[in-house]
Design a binder for this molecule. Structure first.
Ligand code: SF4
Ligand code: SF4
Ligand code: FES
Length: 489
C-alpha cells in the first residue's frame, strides 16, 4: 500500500487512491468542482491543483494516483495563486446573478471565492460572453448556460449513471455550452440529481425555483416512501412547509434520488389532503367521524375484519394487529401483491409499497389469515366490516362488491380513498410523524417529523386508539413503540 504525506500528515492508502481521496482520509480539504465521488474522473476544472515534490508543475489531485513516498503540499503560495487564478478564470464570464440565483447560499463559486480568492474582477462586465438563460429542459429542470462552469458533472451523470447520454458540450473555448443531443429529451427519471450535483446555479429545479432562500431551510433526516428501496433523504422545510427532498448519500442504498420520489413530499400539502373525516362523501369533523366509524364497528362486531398495509409503518401495522386482537377476530391479513412496477437497475424498486418487508414481520408476529382466505371471506359475505388503510383496501374492490362488507379506511389524501368506503379517517403523514419502514434489502429505517400535522390529525396508531375506545376497546397505546411491544406479547 502506498504511503503518502500531505501537508505533513502521513497515511497508507489503498492502491488506486487518488491524491484528493488520500487528502480526504487525512482530513485535508482540497477544493474541487468537476470531481464527484460517484462519477468518473474528468480533471477539467483545475480547482484541485496541488504541489507534488519532484514534479515541475502543479498536478490535479483528483486525477493523480497516490504513489509510495509521494510528498504533497496543498498550502503553498504556488497552490494558493493557482486557486485564485482558476477562480478568476471561471468568474470572467460568470453573470452577476447571485441575488436572484437559487444556488446562492450553497454555491461552489460563492464559497470558494470567499475562501480562496476575494480578488476584484479585472474584467469589464460588458465584455462578458452571453449565453442562453432560463431554458426549460425536461419536466423538472431549467438550464442557465451563462452560470455553467463546464465541469461536465451533468454530462457524466447522464452517460454513466442513467446511461441515457442526453447531454453534451457544444462549441469551443469560451463559446462552449451544455446542450441536449439532437433528438433527445431530458426525462430519464433521475434528472433532479443534476440540480444537486451542479456546483453552481446552472441547473435549477423548476419545483424549488424562487420558493425559498436556502439559508432559511431546516433539514430533517428521513426516508423516501415512494417505493421499497426506501432511499435516505433530507426534508428541507421552513415554517411548517416542506420545499424539497435531497438525498442523504449512504453506502447501503442511495447516492441519488429518483424524480418521482423527490415529489412525494407534495402529498403533505396537496389540495386533497384530508384534515377531516368523510362519511358517505360528506366531510365531517374528526370526533364525529371517529364515533360514526366506532358505531359501524359495534354493529358488525362479530363479523369485523382488519387489513394491514405495506404502505404503513411497522408501528401502525402493529396497532392494526392489536385492534384485530382486541376485536377477538381471526379476520386479519395483508395483501402483498401490490401492483408491480419496473425495477430500473438504478434505484426504483418494482414494489411501489415502502414497507412490504416490515409488514411481513408484523404478519409473522400477529398471525391471521392468508390474503386469499381473507378475500374469500369478504366475497362470501362472512365479513361485514373491514378496517384498513386506503391503498391496501383497494385490493378488495371485487370482494367488497360481491360480499357487501362496509369499509372504514384511513387515508392521508382523498385521492387514495377507494370507491365504496363508507367512512374515511385522516392520519398524520410520515413527514409529520415517526415510523419504522424496512426496505427491500432488510434495512430498518425511521421517518422523522419535518412538519406538524393539520390540527387534530394524529398518527394512525393514535387515531386507531381513539376509534377503539369509542367502541369500548382499549389498545393500551401511548406511542407507536407501544404497538410494536404489544404484538410481541
Ligand atoms: S451545467 Fe452545472 S453540472 Fe453541468 S457542466 Fe455546467 S456547471 Fe457543470
Ligand atoms: S427509488 Fe424509491 S425510495 Fe428511492 S427516491 Fe425513488 S421512490 Fe423514493
Ligand atoms: S476537481 Fe480536479 S480538476 Fe476538477
Amino acid at each position: 500500500m502506498p504511503k503518502i504525506t500531505i501537508d505533513g500528515k502521513t497515511a497508507e492508502v489503498a492502491k488506486g487512491t487518488t491524491v484528493l481521496e488520500a487528502a480526504q482520509q487525512l482530513g485535508v480539504y482540497v477544493p474541487r468542482y468537476c470531481y464527484h465521488p460517484k462519477l468518473p474522473i474528468s480533471g477539467n476544472c483545475r480547482m484541485c491543483l496541488v504541489e507534488v515534490e519532484k514534479s515541475p508543475k502543479l498536478l490535479t489531485a483528483c486525477s493523480t494516483e497516490a504513489a509510495d513516498g509521494m510528498v504533497v503540499r496543498t498550502d503553498t503560495d504556488k497552490v494558493k495563486t493557482a486557486r485564485r487564478d482558476v477562480l478568476e478564470y471561471l468568474l470572467i464570464n460568470h453573470p452577476l446573478d447571485c441575488p436572484i440565483c437559487d444556488q446562492a447560499g450553497e454555491c461552489g463559486l460563492q464559497d470558494y471565492y470567499m475562501e480562496y480568492s476575494r480578488a476584484k474582477s479585472r474584467f469589464p462586465n460588458e465584455d462578458k460572453v452571453r449565453r442562453q438563460k432560463r431554458r426549460a429542459l425536461g419536466p423538472h429542470l431549467v438550464l442557465d448556460n451563462e452560470r455553467c462552469i463546464l465541469c461536465t458533472r451533468c454530462v457524466r451523470f447522464c452517460s454513466e449513471v442513467t446511461k441515457t447520454s442526453e447531454l453534451e458540450v457544444m462549441g469551443r473555448g469560451d463559446r462552449s455550452y451544455i446542450d441536449l443531443k439532437e433528438g433527445k429529451a431530458l426525462d430519464n427519471g433521475y434528472t433532479l440529481n443534476l440540480a444537486d450535483i451542479c456546483p453552481v446555479g446552472a441547473w435549477t429545479s423548476r419545483d424549488f425555483r424562487f420558493k425559498q432562500r436556502v439559508w432559511f431551510l431546516k433539514k430533517t433526516p428521513t426516508v423516501c416512501l415512494g417505493c421499497a428501496t426506501g432511499c435516505l433523504v433530507e426534508a428541507h422545510h421552513n415554517k411548517n412547509t416542506i420545499y424539497r427532498l435531497s438525498p442523504r448519500p449512504n453506502a447501503e442504498t442511495n447516492t441519488w434520488l429518483c424524480d418521482r420520489g423527490r415529489m412525494t413530499y407534495k402529498s403533505v400539502s396537496a389540495g386533497d389532503r384530508l384534515v377531516k373525516g368523510i362519511v358517505k362523501n360528506g366531510l365531517i369533523e374528526l370526533e364525529p367521524a371517529l364515533r360514526e366509524a366506532a358505531a359501524r364497528l359495534d354493529e358488525a362486531r362479530d363479523a369485523a375484519a382488519v387489513l394491514g398495509s405495506p404502505w404503513l409503518s411497522v408501528e401502525d401495522n402493529s396497532a392494526l394487529a392489536l385492534l384485530a386482537r382486541a376485536l377477538k377476530t381471526e379476520n386479519y391479513s395483508f395483501d402483498f401483491s401490490a401492483e408491480q412496477g419496473i425495477k430500473d437497475g438504478i434505484l426504483i424498486n418494482k414494489d411501489p409499497a415502502p414497507n412490504t418487508a416490515g409488514a411481513r414481520q408484523v404478519k409473522a408476529a400477529a398471525g391471521g389469515l392468508s390474503f386469499s382466505d381473507f378475500a374469500k371471506r369478504a366475497a362470501s359475505g362472512r365479513i361485514k366490516l373491514i378496517v384498513a388503510e386506503a391503498r391496501a383496501a383497494a385490493a378488495l374492490k371485487d370482494e367488497l362488491k360481491a360480499g357487501g362488507a362496509a369499509l372504514v379506511v384511513f387515508a392521508v389524501n382523498r385521492g387514495e380513498v377507494p370507491e365504496g368506503a363508507q367512512t374515511t379517517l385522516p392520519y398524520a403523514s410520515y413527514f409529520e410523524t415517526q415510523g419504522t419502514f424496512v426496505n427491500y434489502q432488510g434495512f430498518s429505517r425511521r421517518t422523522r417529523p419535518s412538519v406538524e400535522p393539520p390540527e387534530g390529525v394524529r398518527p394512525l396508531w393514535a387515531m386507531l386508539t381513539s376509534l377503539a375506545s369509542y367502541s369500548g376497546l382499549s389498545l393500551g397505546l401511548n406511542s407507536g413503540d407501544d404497538a410494536i411491544r404489544g404484538i410481541k406479547k
